[in-house]
Design a protein around this ligand. Structure first.
Ligand SMILES: *Cc1c(COP(=O)(O)O)cnc(C)c1O
Length: 423
């Protein structure tokens, strides 16, 4: 019995069984965590990180040693020639937009080969129309290749790439779709296919939610440019804002020219005391991602045992930290999110309710008790109130507290008479 939280005995029993099922995956996750932790550790040591790297700069930020060295550490960890890690990136979408605008020019052709990208990127590309300031507005052409049976369609990709293709864009994570996320090996297959058709194509990967989930990162299998958010995996739950771009030196430089200005590039940008937490975040990231993965695997096993549809399943190989649960109706989605929220160390007393969120076409309910607002490496759950009534769950700074949140969610569903499988 849990001395601090009221959890029904039947739920506790189901939890013990779920944990038993998770054992093999957990030791697999531990092995990946240790590999990635050593990778990061070695990069810190090779770059002789010391307290001087944490010194804060103001004004132009010329010669900020901590900032410049963080780029080098990052490049080593992600097996890239160069990197641009900055707190000035406001979110993942902004970081991806800087990379796209940094590299693409009027008349260029961008080809997304993993179906329609993540919602917030639509406006950046100008998919829905010619949004003010979108790539389309600047004369960059866009087309896409759909997935086939939820997998990259290598044949169709090969047919779509021509001498005129400037960039091939890949989204590693499933985002808010039910398709599986892309394994790094699959990204490698795409790169091979694309480069065989046209070796000059720039392959860019949206790496959000994917960092440190596997031993390899996309640049190791030939990706030219990757980008992601620091309030997801790569910030380790420590970074309070920011993003990163890594890849080929010439491309990263162009991105730096876009973020600041041509000529100044990476030379400017005051760090205002942020260096220490960005280093610390990177140091924590492999471990934190491991905890988030264990949380996802456990939640998958537990809720499958209650009779719900879960993707991925607990014993499936993962390529991102996202877990989805088919909770079947609105009441269950709301009860689940309220239960998760009640176990959050921040804002536990708030009661999530469905609301009309800007940019969504249905109501959304979300649980997000986090030290960093909107952080999704911290345990968060959100669910659009529409068929097929799935909740998307990601993160968990540590497994034990995430586990309790999952149990409280089941308890909340039980209290409302909603939990399945005769409980
Ligand atoms: C989160 C995410 C983004 C956008 O990041 P924001 O920080 O929400 O702007 C883009 N692509 C994928 C796959 C994501 O998961």
């Amino acid at each position: 019995m849990n001395p601090f939280f009221n959890i029904d005995e039947r739920i506790e029993k189901a939890s013990d069984k779920a944990l038993e099922l998770c054992k093999e995956q957990f030791s697999h996750i531990d092995e990946i965590t240790e590999y990635n932790q050593n990778k990061v550790q070695k990069a810190f040591i090779d770059n002789r990180i010391s307290e001087t790297n944490f010194v804060s700069s103001t004004g132009y930020g010329y010669g900020d040693l901590g900032r410049d060295t963080l780029d080098k550490v990052w490049a080593q960890v992600f097996c890239a020639e160069d990197a641009l890690v900055r707190h000035n990136f406001t979110c993942g979408t902004h970081t991806l937009a800087v990379a796209l605008f940094g590299v693409l020019r009027p008349g260029d052709n961008m080809l997304c080969v993993t179906g329609t990208p993540y919602d917030t990127i639509h406006n950046v590309i100008g998919i829905k129309g010619s949004e003010m300031g979108s790539l389309k507005d600047f004369g960059v052409n866009y087309s896409e290749v759909a997935l086939k049976n939820d997998k990259p369609d290598l044949e169709a990709i090969s047919n779509a790439v021509s001498d005129d293709t400037t960039m091939v864009y890949i989204q590693r994570s499933r985002g808010y779709e039910l398709r599986p996320s892309l394994k790094v090996e699959e990204i490698g297959e795409i790169v091979k296919t694309v480069k065989a058709k046209n070796p000059n194509v720039i392959v860019m990967v949206d790496n959000c939610y994917g960092e440190f989930v596997q031993k390899q990162e996309p640049c190791e299998v030939g990706a030219d440019l990757i980008a992601g958010s620091l309030i997801k995996n790569a910030g380790g739950g420590i970074a309070r804002t920011g993003g990163y771009i890594a890849g080929r030196h010439d491309l990263v430089e162009k991105c730096a020219y876009r973020l600041t200005t041509p000529g100044l590039g990476k030379e400017v940008g005051a760090t205002l005391g942020m260096n220490r937490e960005l280093y610390m975040g990177l140091f924590y990231a492999p471990h934190t991602v491991g905890e988030a993965l264990k949380s996802a695997v456990y939640i998958s096993a537990l809720y499958e045992s209650f009779g719900y549809d879960v993707t991925p399943k607990y014993n499936e190989e993962r390529a991102d930290i996202v877990q989805s649960l088919g909770l079947e109706n609105e009441e269950s989605l709301v009860a689940f999110c309220q239960g998760v929220q009640s176990g959050s160390v921040i804002d536990s007393y708030l009661l999530p309710e469905p609301w009309d969120m800007p940019g969504y076409d249905s109501k959304v309910v979300m649980a997000a008790g986090a030290f960093t607002l909107g952080s999704s490496i911290e345990l968060s759950a959100d669910a659009p109130i529409r068929e097929p009534f799935y909740a998307w769950i990601q993160g968990g700074l540590n497994f034990h507290s995430a586990k309790t949140c999952a149990l409280l969610a089941a308890q909340q569903m039980l209290n409302k008479g909603l939990l399945k499988n005769g409980i």
